[in-house]
Design a protein around this ligand. Sequence first.
Ligand code: MN
Length: 238
Amino acid sequence: MTPLIGITCSIDEQADRLQLNLSYLEAIEAAGGVPVLLGGSEATARELLSRLDGILFTGGVDLDPSYFGEAPLPGLGEVSPRRDSFEVELCRAAYRHGIPSLGICRGCQLMAVALGGDLYQDLPSQKPDTLQHAQRAPRSHRSHVVTVTAGSRLAAIAGGETLRVNSFHHQSVRRLPPGAAACAVAPDGVLEAFEDPGHPFWLAVQWHPEGLWQEDPVALALFRSLVGAAQEVASRGR
Ligand code: MN
């Protein structure tokens, strides 16, 4: 069976609408998965878990810092409470049940915070002297390099230890949750990817491979690795 990959959506709170950049959906299709768009209540999140073979946690607005015990700082951006509560529940359940998951940008931050990590709410004000991580260039432009940890799952996917990536974030993971390990770091020390070696497939990247996969084989390989891990879940049956 072709694996079913759930994709989290943004919520336009003012218009009361779910929304998703099609590039996420197209990347999952190109990698051989069947995409299904996700949204709803915390109860829905728990119920969805038994029907999905993999999950893609997508980019979007900032996470509510109350999830890591902080009040909002002036540099915090827009927050979506309904999106946060759905995704935190989905993420915790996916981790517990060994569901292969790939996080992108906000999704990377979510996968850290939902399991006990924390974030820089705003890099420019909290961690001066970083590179420009909110690039002012097209999605397909890879503006900075990252160093990939040798021996990591990401290194196996990337086929090397230096990657050039795009960058559209003003937050980043500060403290990783228990069990997680950094697997890519920018030259300024900003964490750009992490994984959990104890989980069947738990990988989070701070950059946006959905904006790169058509030209960048490593970006497509990230989606293929998620779908491949999900295929194992689908074929063993749950
Ligand atoms: Mn970056």
